[in-house]
Design a binder for this molecule. Structure first.
Ligand SMILES: CC(C)(COP(=O)(O)OP(=O)(O)OC[C@H]1O[C@@H](n2cnc3c(N)ncnc32)[C@H](O)[C@@H]1OP(=O)(O)O)[C@@H](O)C(=O)NCCC(=O)NCCS
Length: 161
């Protein structure tokens, strides 16, 4: 059985390899290894017999918002709950940090919907669009779909008289 745990610096090369594998196939965006080192504290890995078989990161973007990035599962481990477990670990982290929403931009919105995310408009996340997407080569032709997980509980405020 695999375990999901915080990444270690020594996992960066394996994370880079996984992301590159899927990015070369057009399933996600490439991520330079330098960026992976810089963000290593954001990363979770799924490990099986000591080997990294999946990864994903939770990138905090502001006081109430974080993004799930670089979610990738090894081809040989697809369909065994690894992706779902990594997303759940990211959402749990977000909850512990007191965040309100976790979003992702993805070519696999149906997978995220199964994990409790809902489809969203990317303009709900202006900090992403105007800080990062504008610098992306695919900005004017982006095929990624925005999804969001709402961590805010039900509204229990008492209506005023
Ligand atoms: C998308 C990805 C992360 C899913 O990981 P996985 O470990 O194979 O998925 P899981 O086994 O955890 O699947 C959990 C559930 O989602 C469903 N699911 C998996 N991939 C799906 C997809 N592409 N579309 C719809 N549902 C999907 C599974 O059937 C399963 O459903 P169940 O709970 O009813 O059994 C993986 O296929 C992957 O790494 N793809 C390449 C990179 C990529 O697309 N990254 C994500 C976008 S940024």
């Amino acid at each position: 059985m695999f375990v999901v745990e915080p990444a270690r610096l020594a996992d960066a090369a394996a994370i880079h390899e996984l992301v590159t594998f899927w990015a070369d196939r057009g399933d996600m965006l490439h991520r330079p290894i330098g960026e992976i080192y810089e963000a290593i504290r954001d990363f979770k890995v799924a490990r099986l017999d000591g080997q990294v078989v999946g990864c994903g990161s939770l990138h905090i973007m502001g006081p109430d918002l974080a993004e799930v990035r670089s979610l990738a599962v090894a081809e040989s481990m697809q369909g065994r709950g690894v992706g779902a477990a990594i997303v759940a670990a990211c959402v749990e982290d977000a909850r512990l940090f007191g965040l309100e929403r976790v979003f992702a931009l993805t070519y696999r919105p149906a997978f995220f919907e199964k994990q409790g995310f809902r489809l969203a408009n990317v303009l709900e996340f202006p900090q992403k669009v105007w800080n990062e997407c504008v610098r992306c080569p695919f900005f004017t032709n982006c095929k990624e779909v925005a999804v969001v997980y709402d961590l805010r509980g039900p509204d229990i405020s008492v209506p005023r008289a």
